[in-house]
Design a protein around this ligand. Structure first.
Ligand SMILES: Cc1cc2nc3c(=O)[nH]c(=O)nc-3n(C[C@H](O)[C@H](O)[C@H](O)COP(=O)(O)OP(=O)(O)OC[C@H]3O[C@@H](n4cnc5c(N)ncnc54)[C@H](O)[C@@H]3O)c2cc1C
Length: 462
């Protein structure tokens, strides 16, 4: 068992600038886009209600009953499972079986930093950023409703599901400074960007350093606790089943099986559809080994707690920080920093050796300290790793991989139209993407129509 509790003293302790009323919402001095209005309208506020969407059309073959296997219980798998249950007609007898050898959040999803917003590192709105943001907020709201109903002791969930204090990105690179300022003007109404100077930034995060006297503040961006969120999302699916049953529709069912899948065909002929959501380990399944255009990238995150001898906590209202490293705040005395990028790694273990953790911290802490010197007061209590499945970079951008994979699952008996499906390559943005991708895939699977998916997401097959 490795020992933690290291205190990395990088800089002498500088006292916090304590604000008179830490709960007061600070007044921001906006230096660039004071009066700018959003360039993109957003339906996020209206659609972030947790009510399930109206039902999708169902292929004639499946009008009375449908059995679906979802492989993987990460963001992708649990999103598609929820959307299948919530979008299918009430009368449809629908059984969803989820298979995961580790359990909920066993892959990258369980160790993600949990930072969610719809922008690139240069604060440019991402491709389909509006749909992604809207669907993410919808699922978050669904999960929050379910989380509030959870018995936390029984389900072993501690703390929060989401911290809604925004995310702040200090500008650190002169090369991209002007382009970032320009990009920041074209924000989504549902997730605005305020360009602020160091004084305003320090009102948000006392002692923050902004090397170029500029930071981009996204007040609506959120920081999710990934494991609590995933457990709640699964609970939300179970709630649909219960709710349907209580009004007389007893045909819906969802079950989680703790089982390793080595071959997709092995899963069973009893399923009408099999949806592969195995993250970076998808390559280890017989039929898909060496077939998908994905690269792996392992990342390590470290957990830190504020040392007992320091009383100045991370302020309740202070946003999380994104820079060359990120700082995902869990509470006044608990945060994660990340992450490393080890391309091509085949190490899927979430455990991190003491030596590996030490070298990781040597990379992460100096960078963190440049932005947030107070990190020297925090004690490292642990580290864990996850592997991202990175999609290829095309001339149009980098898109996740979706679609029907009947052609790839040779030997799979496909007596049904479009039986095998993939959601993969969520890269470093699984939280942003998973709501929208799960919804699209559920619709495509139920209606057995790949044509419902945007071409950008299926073009990897050509
Ligand atoms: C260090 C790190 C930090 C990150 N931070 C963020 C962040 O802040 N924000 C963000 O949006 N994204 C972040 N990401 C990216 C995000 O975590 C991924 O995009 C996302 O988790 C991918 O989800 P997934 O469901 O496709 O795969 P996974 O989460 O990997 O889920 C796959 C599931 O399948 C299971 N599985 C795999 N193979 C098998 C098998 N053969 N049999 C049975 N079960 C199997 C696994 O146990 C796992 O539960 C981060 C990633 C890493 C590594």
């Amino acid at each position: 068992m490795m020992k933690w509790g290291l205190i990395f003293q990088l800089q002498p302790h500088t006292p916090f600038l304590v604000l008179p009323n830490p709960k007061a919402v600070p007044h921001f001095r906006t230096i660039i886009n004071t009066a700018s209005s959003p360039r993109f309208s957003s339906s996020s506020s209206s659609s972030s209600s947790s009510s399930p969407p109206s039902s999708s059309s169902v292929h004639p073959t499946f009008t009375s009953s449908f059995r679906c296997a979802v492989l993987g219980a990460g963001f992708a798998g649990l999103s598609v499972a929820w959307h299948l249950l919530s979008q299918s007609p009430k009368e449809l007898k629908l059984h969803v079986d989820i298979f995961d050898d580790v359990g909920i959040g066993g892959g990258a999803s369980g160790v993600a930093g949990g930072l969610v917003h719809p922008y690139s590192p240069k604060v440019k709105l991402l491709w389909r950023g509006e749909e992604c943001w809207t669907e993410f907020l919808n699922l978050l709201s669904v999960a929050e409703d379910a989380f509030n109903g959870l018995s936390h002791c029984q389900h072993n969930t501690n703390g929060l599901i989401v911290r809604r204090t925004g995310i702040l990105r200090p500008a650190v690179n002169k090369k991209f400074f002007y382009v970032m300022n320009e990009n920041a003007l074209s924000y989504l109404a549902g997730c605005p960007i305020q360009t602020i100077d160091e004084i305003a930034a320090r009102k948000l995060i006392p002692n923050l350093c902004t090397p170029l006297n500029t930071a981009y503040y996204m007040p609506e961006a959120v920081n999710v606790n990934p494991l609590n969120y995933l457990k709640a999302l699964f609970q939300a699916s179970e709630n649909i089943v219960k709710r349907m049953s209580s009004i007389g529709y007893c045909g819906k069912k969802i079950t989680l099986h703790k089982k390793l899948v080595t071959s997709i065909c092995e899963v069973g002929d009893e399923y009408d559809a099999v949806i592969v959501c195995l993250g970076a380990r998808v390559d280890m399944v017989a039929e898909l080994s060496g077939v998908l255009p994905l690269r792996t990238c392992r990342g390590i995150v470290a957990h830190l707690q504020l040392h007992d001898s320091f009383s100045e906590e991370y302020c309740e209202y202070s946003p999380s920080i994104l820079s060359d490293v990120w700082l995902a705040v869990q509470g006044p005395r608990s945060l994660y920093i990340g992450s490393t990028w080890e391309w091509g790694s085949r190490n899927f273990s979430s455990s991190v050796s003491y030596e590996e953790a030490s070298s990781t911290l040597q990379q992460l802490l100096p960078k963190t300290s440049m932005i947030y010197p107070q990190i020297s007061n925090w004690t490292v209590t642990g580290a864990q790793a996850g592997v991202r499945a990175m999609p290829p970079l095309t001339s149009q951008g980098s898109f996740p991989l979706l679609g029907c994979i009947d052609d790839l699952v040779k030997g799979g008996k496909s007596s049904y139209p479009s039986k095998y499906w993939l959601i993969g390559g969520l890269g470093a943005r699984g939280l942003l993407y998973h709501g929208w991708l799960g919804k699209l895939t559920a619709q495509a699977v139920l209606s057995s129509s790949e044509a419902l998916l945007p071409l950008e997401l299926t073009s990897w097959k050509k």
